[in-house]
Design a protein around this ligand. Structure first.
Ligand code: SAM
Length: 181
């Protein structure tokens, strides 16, 4: 089973609050298992995402790092393909076949200017088109290609839970955002 983690560089409070929230939500909804972010530590961002996970289910994680380059190196050492999304990279259509041979990816996205070392150390520098747009759009397209469309086919990825009751029926359905009785 394919696995994807996302490393978001240089989160800035307050400027990136919405973008990083949307990045985390897109990562979770489109099949990634975690978002690791660097830059400004943002407990509100973490709380928002954990709240969504609590209400909608799944095991998505959000964690902060002040050593993002170590994350790249550690994941690389664990067999992850490290994929830096950048408009200056090689076209996604030209490298996807090669990336699809790898069972685990760490996808790296920037905010402001990405330090050169990431271009040098990532296994792939991948452009989703060669126009500037956004980390959210680039990540969404990349994950959809990596999971080959399967993540958007899954209507209810999280199994319903039956709450035992003396009388009546209560089923919690995290994937549909609520419960039914
Ligand atoms: N000039 C930057 C660049 O290197 O792509 C654009 C900065 S953009 C505000 C923030 C992030 O969005 C980038 O670091 C990159 O991860 C992603 N991004 C933006 N446009 C992209 C593109 N065409 N292809 C891949 N990633 C892109």
């Amino acid at each position: 089973m394919r696995r994807a983690s996302v490393l978001r560089l240089g989160h800035r409070v307050p400027r990136d609050e919405r973008a990083s929230t949307h990045l985390a939500l897109a990562a979770r909804a489109l099949g990634a298992e975690e978002l690791i972010y660097s830059g400004d530590r943002d407990p509100e961002l973490e709380a928002k995402i954990r709240d969504v996970v609590g209400r909608w289910g799944g095991g998505f994680r959000i964690t902060y790092t002040d050593r993002p380059l170590e994350i790249l190196r550690r994941y690389s050492g664990q067999g992850y393909a490290t994929v830096h999304l950048t408009m200056y990279g090689v076209g996604i259509n030209d490298v996807m076949d090669s990336i699809l041979r790898r069972e685990k990816v760490l996808v790296i996205v920037g905010g402001e200017k990405v330090p050169r070392v990431y271009f040098e150390e990532a296994d792939y520098n991948v452009a989703v088109g060669w126009q500037p747009h956004s980390e959210i759009a680039a990540l969404a397209i990349f994950l959809d290609r990596y999971f080959q469309g399967r993540e958007v086919d899954t209507v209810d990825p999280y199994p319903p839970t039956i709450v035992p009751m003396k009388r009546g029926k209560l089923v919690i359905r995290p994937g549909s955002g609520g419960s039914d009785a």
